[in-house]
Design a protein around this ligand. Structure first.
Ligand SMILES: [Fe+2]
Ligand SMILES: [Fe+2]
Length: 164
């Protein structure tokens, strides 16, 4: 699909397309995860991150538009797999408490994947002199990191305890 990866610019474009596909898939998956969450704070967290994720899609579209680059037409297979695993978890019969702990485990994998992708893309943008894009990518990176921290706190403060 990417037959012309000759420069860091090409690789940067590929990374943006991959992130775009990942976020679009998440916009569809997060409502399912919110619906599966039994704990009110966890559900609210997924709903909040859905709104953030919609805005993250818009940021990528803004970056693509400024570059006159169509970000569509590529599928992030890693996100497909992460979401498929999450759906597999949701289809299991589990107690409410264990289901919530499992949802956190699945969604932290997703956040870490995004943190990795945005860290790389923001660094590429900076190196290539795309400072506006770098700012947008760093904003999203900060949201992904905060989401991961909040999930960690929910798990450690009481959800994992309830699941024991
Ligand atoms: Fe995201
Ligand atoms: Fe995220």
């Amino acid at each position: 699909m990417f037959d012309k990866l000759k420069t860091l610019d090409d690789l940067y474009e590929m990374q943006l397309k991959d992130l775009y596909s990942a976020e679009k898939q998440l916009v569809k998956a997060l409502p399912q995860m919110a619906a599966a969450a039994k704990d009110g704070r966890l559900r609210a967290g997924f709903e909040h991150h859905l709104r953030e994720t919609e805005n993250q899609v818009a940021r990528l579209e803004k970056i693509g538009k400024a570059m006159e680059l169509d970000l569509g037409g590529h599928t992030c297979k890693a996100m497909q797999g992460l979401i498929a695993e999450g759906q597999e978890t949701m289809s299991e019969r589990a107690t409410d408490e264990v289901m919530d702990a499992a949802l956190i485990a699945a969604s932290q994998r997703i956040e870490h994947y995004e943190i990795s992708g945005y860290g790389t893309a923001a660094h590429f943008a900076e190196r290539l002199g795309h400072s506006d894009a770098a700012t947008l990518l760093r904003q999203t990176l900060a949201e992904e990191q905060l989401t991961d921290t909040k999930l960690n706190e929910l798990a450690k403060n009481y959800i994992n305890q309830k699941a024991m």
